[in-house]
Design a binder for this molecule. Structure first.
Ligand code: URA
Ligand code: SF4
Length: 188
C-alpha cells in the first residue's frame, strides 16, 4: 500500500498537533518501504535528522544501519525506521508526555500500514512506550516479547552503544541478530 503510506506521510508533514511544530525544521516521518518486515523505533530526531528530514542519519544512526545490515542482511530500505516523536525537541531534551501522546497516532498508523513481523525498539524511550512498562532496557533486552501480531525486540539505543564500549556493542549485536533470526523464522 505505498499510496496509503504516501498519503499518511503527506498529512504528517503538515502536523501541528504539539508545540514541537514551532521549533522543528522538518517533520521526520520515517524511512523505508511499506512492505518492510522489520520496523526500528527510536526516540526523536536529532539535529541532523531535523535538517535532512530523514531518521537516524547522524553518528548513532550510521551505527544502527550498519549493524542491522550486518546482523540481518537487510538493506536500508528493507527496514522501516521511525521515531516515537517525529519532530526534534529543542536542544535534544526528552520529549514530554503531551508530545508523545500527540504524536502516537502517527506511529500507530505507520505500524498498521507496514504490519512488520518484528519491531526493534532502541533505547528506554521507545521500549517503555511500546511495552507499556517502567522497567529499564538493561532488564528488558536480550529476549523478545509479544506485540500484537509481531514480535518486539528491545535493545540499547545506538547512542548508548557509542558511549558504552565493547560490552554494549556485543549486547546490541546480540539483540539485532535475535531480530534477524525471528525474521527468518517468520519467513519459513
Ligand atoms: N536518535 C533517535 O532516537 N532517532 C534519530 O532519528 C536519531 C537519533
Ligand atoms: Fe505533530 Fe508529532 Fe511533530 Fe508534534 S512531534 S508536531 S505531534 S508530528
Amino acid at each position: 500500500m505505498p499510496d496509503a503510506l504516501d498519503a499518511l506521510r503527506e498529512r504528517a508533514l503538515a502536523c501541528t498537533r504539539c508545540e514541537l511544530a514551532e521549533t522543528r525544521t522538518r517533520v521526520v516521518f520515517g524511512s523505508g518501504r511499506v512492505d518492510a518486515r522489520l520496523v526500528v523505533v527510536g526516540e526523536a530526531p536529532g539535529a541532523q535528522e531535523d535538517l535532512s528530514g530523514r531518521p537516524f542519519v547522524g553518528r548513532s544512526g550510521q551505527l544502527l544501519r550498519r549493524v542491522v545490515a550486518e546482523e540481518t542482511g537487510l538493506g536500508d530500505d528493507d527496514c522501516f525506521v521511525v521515531n516515537v516523536v517525529k519532530c526534534r525537541p529543542p536542544s535534544n531534551r526528552d520529549p514530554r508526555p503531551a508530545e508523545v501522546a500527540a504524536c502516537r497516532p502517527w506511529l500507530d498508523e505507520q505500524l498498521a500500514l507496514v504490519t512488520p513481523s518484528v519491531v526493534l525498539t532502541v533505547g528506554n524511550f521507545a521500549t517503555r512506550l511500546l511495552l507499556d512498562t517502567r522497567d529499564g532496557i538493561t532488564r528488558l533486552r536480550g529476549r523478545s516479547y509479544e506485540f500484537g501480531a509481531s514480535r518486539l525486540v528491545p535493545t540499547l539505543h545506538p547512542a548508548a552503544v557509542l558511549r558504552g564500549g565493547a560490552a554494549a556493542m556485543a549486547q546490541f549485536r546480540h539483540d539485532v541478530a535475535l531480530a534477524g533470526s525471528l525474521l527468518q523464522g517468520a519467513a519459513a
